[in-house]
Design a binder for this molecule. Structure first.
Ligand code: ATR
Length: 279
């Protein structure tokens, strides 16, 4: 038994994605969605041992709260400060974070970026930004990451944390026209981690002016619903390559699946299962 916990959880694409991989592999597993209230998080995680559930994905709002209920936490999950995967090995629970692998692999394989640019920009300073800023800062080639956020204090706190953890130069700035131009001008890769443009407000975008978008500036938008965001369309209109968050979702799921089962799942099948939910 595998599953995902969240509140709410009915919208989750994970059951469709993982059960498609299970079916394609013909293995005896089942992946279900559990609606867990924040007050019950400790009982839910302890329940893994009782029910002998092999693995769980953890989504909003539980990624932080589960940390005190597992037996150990991986280095990545500790650095990011969030657990999105729990692996139950004979009652011993390990918390992992596969979002770091998910975003790195999506940028490498789908956007075709094997050598990351020296300067990167992260839009947003929330939970998703922590995973992305860590993923970028950990790359040897990356020298500087600028975090642009509406609330500058949040960008500053995250930058201080990530500078300590990654040893790279992490610069916090406001999400305004001047900072956008300055940061975009020196960057080769922009990653959006804000929720702007996400369903049910697909017309929103974190872009202020977009004047500094060049055809060689790559956008990775972690938003996957809709599959093509307004931000992606702005980049494409200026001849720049833009990729959506679907592949990050698939690769983080694939990594969790591999941690639990030891089997590398078919990511094309997983991706199709999610795309199928949109049509
Ligand atoms: P997550 O854990 O998914 O990253 P979050 O912690 O709520 O979610 O972070 C959402 C991000 O989107 C934040 O960077 C937030 O900016 P603030 O820190 O200023 O709140 C950003 N965001 C959300 N709505 C926004 C808006 N209308 N304008 C600008 N930024 C917005």
């Amino acid at each position: 038994m595998l599953g995902v916990i969240g509140d709410p959880i009915a919208h989750s694409f994970s059951p469709a994605m993982h059960n498609a991989a299970i079916d394609a592999l013909g293995i005896d597993f089942c992946y279900v969605a559990f609606h867990v209230h924040p007050d019950r998080i400790g009982e839910a995680v302890r329940g893994l041992r009782g029910f002998n559930i092999l693995g769980l994905n953890v989504t909003i709002p539980h990624k932080l709260a589960v940390m005190e209920h597992v037996d150990q936490i991986s280095e990545e999950a500790l650095a990011v400060g969030a657990v999105n995967t729990i692996h139950n090995e004979d009652g011993n629970l390990t918390g992992h974070n596969t979002d770091v692998y998910g975003v790195t692999t999506a940028i490498e394989r789908v956007a075709g970026v094997t050598t990351f640019p020296e300067c990167c920009v992260v839009l947003g300073a929330g939970g998703a930004s922590r995973a992305v800023t860590y993923a970028l800062g950990r790359r040897e080639e990356v020298k500087r990451v600028t975090i642009l956020n509406r609330t500058v204090a949040r960008a500053e706190a995250l930058a201080t944390d990530m500078e300590k953890i990654t040893g790279k130069e992490i610069i916090p700035a406001a999400l305004d026209k001047t900072s956008e131009k300055r940061a975009f001008d020196e960057a080769g890769l922009i990653v959006n981690t804000t929720s702007l443009g996400m369903h049910p407000n697909p017309d929103n975008s974190p872009l202020i002016s977009g004047d500094a978008i060049r055809p060689d500036l790559i956008l990775y938008d972690t938003v996957f619903n809709p599959l093509e965001t307004t931000l992606m369309r702005h980049f494409k209109a200026r001849g720049a390559p833009a990729y959506g968050g679907l592949d990050m979702l698939v690769f983080q799921g694939a990594r969790s699946f591999e941690l639990w089962t030891g089997i590398e799942p078919p990511t094309d099948v997983m991706k199709q299962a999610v795309v199928g939910r949109f049509s």
